[in-house]
Design a protein. Structure first.
Length: 283
């Protein structure tokens, strides 16, 4: 009887990979489950409400003048709670910012509040989740005496983003639609700090994603993300991307995208367009 109890407990702790392929989404550039730029209401991993899942990711974004690397781990528990940790490194490649280096740590939590993207097919009810991202900018390297984002006009070097996401999957139409509202003070996701000489209050930013499932393994989509404009030294613009994601199995996904990050600082005053490449592995 004891052996049976131990076996049952062991079985309940085994990841069940019970979600449909691709419905867990990928890991976005700040570490949360969703698209490439936008967090969705989905919980990372393929574990159902009786199990758990986890993913590790590495993401590279390269534009004409800058590069961004993001890596981290996210865990989904009982298809209800998501915990994540990610690190971003932002570097310059063109003068006068060719030696620029900025690191940022991001800790996230997301909780599913209502709905289910798979089982609510007979209603208009989306899956809804609320989340927060705790961000800490670790300073500036490569610019001599300018070693902190506050010297660029930012009010703080740490901050918290709050968001509410609604995600609806139409299985018959192979279509996923997501809308997210984010309350933030972050400049360029926090890479250039929080708040600034032009504003230091929370603003509600709209973010959206649409994805079409070509089949069980391939997904096409696009995203748009509004940005605040707090710094005179950073003529910040909205982000957008167009992506294709490949899910060869539930343990691996690859995402390739064209991404536009708008202007980033007045020192390289041109639109920053480039490539987004992300690999995710887990269960």
């Amino acid at each position: 009887m004891a052996a049976t109890s131990v076996a049952a407990q062991t079985s309940s702790m085994t990841p069940d990979l019970g979600k449909l392929m691709a419905t867990a989404g990928v890991i976005q550039v700040e570490g949360a489950g969703g698209g490439g730029l936008v967090p969705w209401a989905t919980i990372t991993g393929y574990g159902t409400r009786d199990s758990y899942g986890a993913n590790a990711h590495y993401t590279y974004v390269g534009t004409q003048d800058y590069k961004l690397a993001s890596y981290g781990v996210a865990v989904g528990i009982a298809d209800r709670v998501e915990l994540s940790v990610a690190k971003q490194r932002f570097t310059g490649s063109q003068a006068p910012l060719n030696n620029l280096r900025i690191d940022q740590d991001i800790y996230g939590i997301k909780v599913k509040l209502a709905g289910d993207i798979v089982y609510d097919q007979d209603t208009w009810m989306p899956q809804i989740a609320a989340g927060m991202m705790i961000k800490r900018n670790n300073g500036i390297g490569g610019l001599g005496a300018v070693n902190n984002v506050k010297l660029l006009g930012a009010k703080d070097d740490s901050g918290i983003d709050y968001y509410l996401a609604a995600t609806k999957l139409f299985l018959d139409q192979s279509l996923l639609i997501n809308a997210t509202v984010r309350a933030t003070k972050a400049n360029q996701m926090g890479i250039l700090g929080f708040g600034g000489d032009k504003g230091d209050r929370y603003q509600a930013m709209l973010e959206g994603s649409v994805a079409y499932l070509l089949n069980r393994k391939w997904v096409l989509g696009a995203e748009y993300r509004m940005k605040p404009r707090n710094l005179a030294a950073d003529n910040e613009k909205d982000y957008y991307d167009a992506f294709i994601a490949w899910f060869p199995s539930k343990n691996l996904s690859l995402t390739l995208a064209y991404v536009s990050l708008g202007d980033i600082t007045i020192y390289n005053p041109k639109r920053q367009d480039g490539v987004y490449l992300s690999v995710q592995a887990g269960f």
